[in-house]
Design a protein around this ligand. Sequence first.
Ligand code: BMA
Length: 944
Amino acid sequence: MKKLLRNLYSISIILMSTSTVFGQAPKVVELNSGWKFKQADAGQWLPASVPGTVHTDLLANKVIDDPFYRNNEKEVQWIEKKDWVYETTIQVDDQLNAYDNIDLNFEGLDTYADVYINDSIVAKTSNMFIGYQVPVKYYLKTGENKLKVYFHSAVNVGAPQAKAAKFKYPADNEQSEVKTSIFSRKAPYHYGWDWGPRLVTSGIWKPVKLIAWNDARITDTHVQQLYLSNAMASLEAIMDIESDLDENVQLKVSSPDNKFEPVYMSQYLTPGKQSVKVSFQIKNPERWWPNGLGEPHLYKVNMEVITKRASDQKLQKIGLRTLQVVNEPDAMGESFYVKVNGAPVFMKGANYIPSDSFLPRVTRDRLAKTFEDVKKSNMNMLRIWGGGVYESDEFYDLADENGILVWQDFMFACTMYPSDSSFLANVKNEAEYNIKRLRKHPSLALWCGNNEIGVAWKNWGWQNTYKYTQADTAELANGYRKIFNEVLPQAVQRFDADRFYFPSSPISNWGKPEDFKKGDNHFWGVWHAEMPFEDYNTHVPRFMSEYGFQSFPDIVTIKRFAKTEDYDIQSAVMKTHQKSYKGNGLIKVYMDRYYREPKDFQSFLYVGQILQAEGIKMAIEAHRRNMPYCMGTLYWQLNDCWPVASWSSIDYYGRWKALQYFAKDAYKPIIVDPEIEKGKLNIYAISDLREAKKGELKLRLIDFKGTELWSKNQPVTIEGNKSQVVYTESVADHLDKADKKSSLLLVELVTADKQSAKNILYLDTLKNINLSKPTISSTVTENGKRFRVHLSADVLAKNVYLLLANDNSSAFDENYFDLLPGENKIVEFNSSLSLEQVKSNLQVISLYDSFKQKESTTDKEHKDKQNIFDKASGLFKKKSEKEASSDKPVVPEKKEVKPVQKTETVKEKDTTKKGGEEKKKSIFDKASGLFKKKDTGSSSTPSN
Ligand code: BMA
C-alpha cells in the first residue's frame, strides 16, 4: 500500500510540473454577515455591519445623529465609556467539519476584545493594528455556533493605568482631561487631534473569516529582490507555511502570464510554522518607476505548496526597483534623499492622515479616487503619518499601481509612551506584523519610528510643563530608546533589513540655521510662529517632510455640516469644526498681511483658500529651486478625516481646495519659477525628468489691461533632474520701468514635445496690486458626460473661482487661476446637473469680488452688467449697506489656551518662560538675522 501511494505521489509530482494545482485548496468562509450588537450593560440587540464601528452602527440604527453634523460630536462622547458586544452565528456543516484545521481570522479588532465561540473564550486582543488568527476547530460543533466579540471601552482600560502612572504623559492632542491614548495600541487620532474630532470608537474594523485547511497552508508570502540589473533580476520567494505534515511537499513559483520560467522545488516540511524559500529569476526585467519617471511596472508571482492531497497558493504582485534613502554626512551637512533605480529623485507629495474617523468607511473606491488625485497632481510620495493607522492592503496596492512612494511612520506621535515589558511586547508584535504585511510593496520607501517625538522631547518643554523629576526624565528617555532605538529597528532588521529606518521625523528642529543643513525638517515657523510665507525662501532644509497652512473647506462642504445661521467662523458650529485653538486667528493674521479684507463669510472661505495655496506654492518652489541641496517636499496635509478647517488640500468629501490645484502645477515635472534676487530677475527652470529637453522660454511683461510692455522669446535647454537659471536680467532693464501695482510678468516654457510650464510674477504684493472689476464672459457647453466653460475677461481676473454651490459632485479640472486679458480659457468639469441648471447656477467669481471696497466710477459701469454674487443659490447675495455694517468683524481669536489642547503653544515657542511677543522675537529677528532662538535642550535626550 505504502509503495502504491509513493508511486501515485511521484506520478502526481510529474503531473504537477506540467499543470497547476489540483489538490484540495483551503476553504474560506467569510463571516461578515448576520452580526448584531448591543451596549454590554443595557439596551437591545440591533443589526450591525462588519467591518464596522460602534459609532457607525449606532448611526445606521438611528440611535445617534451624524457625529459630523454641526455640534453632534459632543453628543456622542458617552459611547467611548461603554463596553459593546457583537454577535453572529457560524454554520458548520459536515464538509467544513471534515477539514483537519479550522482557523478563525480577524484582520482587525479595535481594540480590547474578548472573542468567544459558544461561550468559550478563544482570544483576548489588545492591539488594533494586528490581525489575529486562532485555531478554533476544537470549539466548533456541527450545526450552529455562536461567535461573540466583547469590546472593553479603551478609555476605561486606560483610565486606571493613567491613575497608577508615576507621571503624566504629554499627549497634547488628546481631547480629554485624563489622557488614556498612550496606553492603547489604537489609532492616536481617534482621541482628538488639531484637525480631528474625538471619536474613540471600537468594533470589528476589518473583515473576519474562517479558513479550513488540510496538510499545509501558506500564511504569508514575500519576494526578496537579491540582485537587479537590466539583464536579470534574481529573486527569492519566501513562503510562511503552517503544516501538519512531516514529509516532502512540492513548492512552485510561477508567472500566471508567463513572464518568467516556473520553478519547482521539493521541500521537507515539519509540523508547525516554517519559512521556506524558492529562488527564481526574471530575464530582462522591466522596472518599477515612481510617478513621473516611467511606468510602475508590476509582475505577478504565484506561489504554491502542493501536498499529496491538498494545495494552497497565493498570488503576489511585485515591482522591481532599487531604492536607497541616502542620509549621510556630506559637504553641506547631512543629506536626506531617495535614490530610485540608481538616480536621486526629488520627492513631491504630502502627508496623509486616515481618510475617515470611522475607518471601515474608507472603501477601495475612495482610496482609488485619492490616488487618482495624487497621481494627477504630479506627486510621487505620501507620508503615512504616525498618529493614524498602518493603512489597508488596498492602500499600498494602489500606491504600487500608481507609482506613489510611501514614507511609513510607525504609529507613534507627539507624546512619550510607556515602556513596561507588556507594552514593549505589544509594540514588537505590531511592528513585526506590519513590517511583514507592508514589505511586499515596491512603493514602500522607508520606515520611520515616530512623528516629532524626538524634537518634542528636546524642544517642546515637556519636562517643565509636566514637572518631570530627574528620575521621570531618565525613565521616559530610556523608554523612548527602547521603543525607537531597539524594538522597532530590530524588527526592521529582522524582517526588512534592506529598508531604511530612522527613529523620528524630523531629524532636525527648525530653530537654528544648522537645523536646515541636516536631514529632514518640519518647518512650522510659518503658521505656529507667524513667520511670513517669504521665510519659506530662506528656511530650506535638505528634505522638508512637513510644513503647512490652514484653510476652511469651500461652501459646498460647509453646507453639508452647517446651517446658514452657522456661517460665521466664530459660531459654535464652525468652532467645533476648527480643532486648532488658534487656527482662525492665525488665518486672519496672515490674511491681513497678504489680502484686503474679505467682505463676508463666503469671501473669507475663498480668500482663505487662495492664501493657503499661494503660501504653500511659495514653499514648493523654494524647495524645488534649491535642489539638489533640498531633495523633497511633503506639505502637511493631503486630506481630512471629517469636514473641518485644516491644513488639507483635499477636503473630507474629496473636494479640491485651491491648494490642490496650485500643488498640481507646482509639482509638474518641469516648472518655471521667476524670482527677484538681489536686484535681478532670475528665471529658474526646474526639471525632474531623467533627460534634457529643448524648448522655448517666452517672457511677456503686460499691464492688467493686457497692453504689452516688453516681451522676449528665447530657446533654452532644460537639463534633466536639475534646477537652473535659464534667464537673468537686471530688474532695472524692464521690470522697474513698469507700474508695479498694475503689471505682471508672464513666464511660459514650451518644450519641443509640448510639455508646458507657466508662472506669473506680480511686481508688488497681492494686497497692493490694483485690481479693477473684470467683466468675465463665460459660456457653458456640454461635452459628452462632461461640461466645458469658455472664459475670457477684459482685464486681469485674479484667481477665477468656478462654483456650483448646489452640486456636491461638481469638480473642475482647473480653478482659482488667473485669467489674463485677451486669454481664451476652456475649463472642463463634472456636474450632476443638467446643462440648463449648470448655466443658471454656475458662479464665476474673481478676487476683486471678495473685497470690501468703495466702487470706483468705472466699476459702477460694470455693476449692472455682472452681479455675480446674486445668483440663484443666494449664497453670495450682496448685502445692503445696512446689513453689511452689521457684519461681525472677523477678528483674530484670543490666544487663550484650551487646557486639553496645547500642541501649538508648546511647539518651538514654549521653550522659554517668556511671553508670546518676546518668544516670537527670539525665533525670528529680521533685523539681526533669521535664526536667533536657541533650543533649550534636555539633559537626557533620546538620540536619533
Ligand atoms: C504636525 C503634525 C501633526 C499636526 C500638524 C499641525 O506636526 O505632525 O501632529 O496635526 O503638525 O499642527
